[in-house]
Design a protein around this ligand. Structure first.
Ligand code: FE2
Length: 365
């Protein structure tokens, strides 16, 4: 039987966060993560209920949006969930067709197709709901050559710190509720035509105390990878459960950003004040037995607490930040792939123990 093709997607277009103070968040992503100022929309451009700052680093675009009034839907979202990801926007050739196809296959509409235009051309947008209050917006920008999209002006502050070598979105992980993983994985299979790459159960991802389950859904060109986690029963509270409690339901847990020089990137991020999870020194005593020969100097990786894992096709280097919001919810992963297509299963044990230490300090274990 011929394999069904997934919905045509060219990649992640942008990630939009709803935050309490977009101006200060934009400064954080500039100064700490090296994002470059791109575009702005707010009172000056005719918006009444919100302000957005758009930042870019290579192919990664972040939109930081905050409410201007208590009635704004952005304010309500932020009140319920704290700062977090609202929109995972996907770049497509035809936003109307993407909408119609996904709606026909059972998706719930968030935004009917609409065309925005200005002197630089036009952008077509449409949107559907996914887990929790998170949405996907389909962005068709092939007939547009402005800075971001109509309604935005170029944002050119004097302050433009250097980038940190972050290149593109590797994957975006969603946390969903108890026994919801199969439903959401099924949504990506039925509505988007994604395939399941891998699944992990509580035997793979558990420590003595806490556990989770995960299924990784991906499109056919593998540019879109969405691991979906649900909590699993352990002696103590799963990190996914802690997220659900503080986020007030399902939502994006982490964004993995790729670099081709992880040592340089982590060095830059650390020096700019990004906090990473602690990796026990003993991790490096046995890692070579598990991953074999690698190009990098192990001492250098140890110095930066960079984790290593291998699969049949190669290896990968990765590290996770602590949550970047006041609530213990959303965080970033920095990843460098050297052939490996997997997600670092061999590091789950060390990582979970580190996360548990953090949870314990928050009194949420
Ligand atoms: Fe990840």
């Amino acid at each position: 039987m011929e394999k069904t093709k997934s919905l045509p997607i060219n990649g992640t277009d942008y990630i939009e966060f709803y935050v309490g103070n977009a101006k200060q968040a934009a400064h954080f992503y500039q100064s700490a993560f090296g994002f470059q100022p791109l575009a702005y929309a707010g009172l000056e451009t005719g918006l009444k209920d919100r302000t957005s700052y758009v930042l870019k680093q290579d192919k990664i675009i972040l939109v930081l949006t905050a409410a201007l009034t208590p009635e704004s839907t952005v304010a309500e979202h932020q009140r319920l969930h704290g700062d977090g990801v609202k929109v995972i926007a996907l770049n497509v050739d035809d936003a109307k067709e993407s909408f119609e196809t996904t709606i026909k296959k059972g998706a719930k509409a968030y935004m009917e197709p609409k065309t925005l235009s200005d002197d630089n051309g036009e952008v077509v947008l449409s949107g559907i709901h996914t887990y929790g209050e998170t949405v996907h917006i389909f962005v068709e920008r092939k007939n547009y050559n402005g800075v971001f999209m109509p309604g935005f002006v170029k944002w050119e502050p004097e302050y433009q710190p250097e980038d940190a070598g972050l290149m593109y979105v590797d994957h975006i992980v969603g946390n969903v509720g108890w026994n919801e993983m199969d439903t959401i994985a099924g949504f990506y299979k039925d509505v988007f035509g994604f395939d399941q790459l891998i699944s992990f159960d509580d035997k793979d991802i558990s420590t003595e105390y806490t556990a989770l389950k995960s299924k990784v859904m991906a499109n056919d060109n593998m540019w879109i990878k969405f691991p979906i986690n649900e909590p699993a029963k352990g002696k103590k509270k799963s990190q996914v459960e802690e997220y659900l409690d503080f986020y007030g339901g399902p939502g994006p847990q982490h964004l993995a950003l790729a670099t081709d020089d992880i040592v340089k990137t982590i060095d830059a991020l650390r020096s700019r004040g990004v906090d990473f999870l602690h990796v026990p020194e003993t991790y490096y005593d046995t890692v070579t037995e598990r991953v074999g020969e690698i190009d990098e100097d192990l001492e250098v990786l140890k110095k930066h607490s960079i984790l290593i894992d291998r699969d049949d096709e190669g290896y990968l280097l990765q590290l996770f930040t602590k949550p970047v919001e006041v609530r213990p919810t959303f965080f970033f992963e920095i990843i460098q792939r050297k052939g490996a297509k997997s997600f670092g299963k061999g590091n789950f044990q060390a990582l979970f123990e580190s996360i548990e230490l953090e949870q314990e300090s928050r009194g949420t274990l």
